[in-house]
Design a protein around this ligand. Structure first.
Ligand code: GLY
Length: 343
C-alpha cells in the first residue's frame, strides 16, 4: 500500500524523502487551515513560495474547479513527471491533491501528510482519491496509492475534540473488523492525549488493519468493502444532516452507522447482544446526540442512493463477532426500518 511512516518528526522524514527532488520540482497543496496551523511544522523543508498551492477549505472546495486550479498552478510552475506533489491537510486536501497528482501528465509523484485524525487513519491511506460532482460525494476519482504517507500525531495536539472523535469512529471500525483484543484496547484509549507516543502506536495498529485489507483488494472488488462497515447507515445520517443544514461530522455519522450495523448484526448474524450493548453504550457516551429528527423512512430513502448498492438492494457489511465480518449482506426494507428505530 505504498510506504507509511509514523513519526513525530515530520519535517525530518520529509526532507529525507525529498533529498533527490530539486526544490523547484516540489509542490505543496494546502488549505487555509493547514497553511496556518500545520505548515509551520514543515520548517526546514524547502518549497518555493510560488509552489504552494492553496485551495479553499471544506467539502464545497472538493470540486473539479479546484482541481483545475491545482493543475494550472502545476503547469505554471513547470511541474514534470518526476515532480512531487505533497498534500498537507485533512481529507479534502489529500483526496483532491491525490486526484490532481494522479491525472497530471498521467501521474506525478505524490506524498500525503494528513493532519486530521480522520485523514491519518483513513482518507490519506489506501489510494482513494477524488472530488464531489453534481452533489454526489467522491463521484469522480481514481485509485492511486501515494508513494509515501507520513503520519505525525503532533498535528493532532491543537485539533478540537469534535475533529478527534470524528476520526476516532474509523478507529473503532478498524478495531471491530480486527479482533476482540483490538476492540477492548480501542475502548480504553485516552482521547485527551492524542499527541502522545502511546497514541501513535494505537494509530499504527489501526492503520495496519486498513493496510492488510487494501493490500488484499486495492480496488474494492471484494474484501475492501469491509471498510464500509457502518457507512451504509452512516452516509444516510450524513446526507440528512447536510440536507437539513445542520453541522455534523463524517465520523459522527459513521459512529451512528456502526450502531446500526451492530444492531443489524445482532438481528441477522448472531452478534452477541450483551457485547453489542456494551459497544453501543460506549459509542453513545462519546458522541453527541444526532442533531436532527429524521424518520426511519427518510433515512431509508437516502440509503437507497448509496453508491455501494448493487441491483439487489441496500448492501451492508455485517459481523458475526469482532474480527468475523461478512461483506455484501443485503437486508430488507423491514429489517432496515426496524434497526433505524433502535439507533
Ligand atoms: N474509507 C474506506 C476505504 O478507503 O476503502
Amino acid at each position: 500500500m505504498g510506504r507509511i511512516l509514523f513519526t513525530n518528526q515530520v519535517a525530518c522524514e520529509l526532507n529525507m524523502h525529498l533529498c533527490s527532488v530539486a526544490v523547484p520540482m516540489r509542490f505543496l497543496v494546502v488549505d487555509k487551515n493547514s497553511r496556518e496551523n500545520c505548515l509551520p511544522l514543515l520548517q526546514g523543508v524547502e518549497i518555493l513560495p510560488q509552489n504552494i498551492i492553496e485551495i479553499g477549505t471544506g467539502e464545497g472546495s472538493k470540486s473539479l474547479e479546484t482541481v483545475y486550479h491545482v493543475w494550472e498552478q502545476l503547469e505554471l510552475g513547470g511541474a514534470r513527471r518526476d515532480s512531487v506533489v505533497i498534500n498537507l491537510g485533512g481529507g479534502v486536501v489529500t483526496d483532491l491533491g491525490g486526484f490532481a497528482a494522479a491525472c497530471f501528465k498521467r501521474g506525478v509523484r505524490c506524498v500525503n501528510i494528513p493532519t486530521t485524525l480522520l485523514s491519518q487513519v483513513d482518507a490519506s491511506v489506501g489510494g482513494k482519491t477524488g472530488v464531489n460532482f453534481m452533489g454526489f460525494k467522491n463521484e469522480i476519482g481514481v485509485f492511486s496509492i501515494p508513494e509515501l504517507v507520513i503520519i505525525d500525531n503532533s498535528f493532532l495536539a491543537t485539533l478540537p475534540k469534535s475533529e478527534i472523535i470524528s476520526g476516532y469512529a474509523e478507529m473503532i471500525k478498524h478495531a471491530l473488523l480486527c479482533s476482540y483484543e483490538s476492540l477492548d484496547k480501542i475502548m480504553q484509549v485516552d482521547l485527551e492525549s492524542v499527541a502522545s507516543g502511546e497514541f501513535l502506536q494505537i494509530l499504527r495498529e489501526s492503520v495496519a488493519v486498513k493496510e492488510r485489507v487494501v493490500d488484499e483488494d486495492p480496488t474494492e472488488k471484494g474484501v475492501r468493502k469491509a471498510l464500509n462497515l457502518g457507512h451504509t447507515f452512516g452516509h444516510a445520517y450524513e446526507s440528512y444532516a447536510i440536507e437539513a443544514g445542520v453541522g455534523w461530522y463524517h465520523g459522527h455519522s459513521v459512529a451512528y452507522g456502526l450502531i446500526g450495523a451492530i444492531e443489524m448484526s445482532v438481528m441477522k448474524c448472531g452478534f452477541n447482544r450483551e457485547l453489542a450493548d456494551t459497544i453501543i453504550t460506549y459509542i453513545k457516551s462519546i458522541y453527541p446526540s444526532y442533531p436532527a429528527n429524521p424518520s426511519a423512512e427518510e433515512l431509508y430513502a437516502l440509503m437507497l442512493h448509496d453508491k455501494k448498492n448493487d441491483g439487489n438492494g441496500v448492501n451492508f457489511t455485517l459481523m458475526h463477532e469482532p474480527g468475523e465480518f461478512m461483506i455484501n449482506s443485503h437486508c430488507t426494507k423491514e429489517e432496515i426500518l426496524q434497526v433505524l428505530k433502535r439507533v
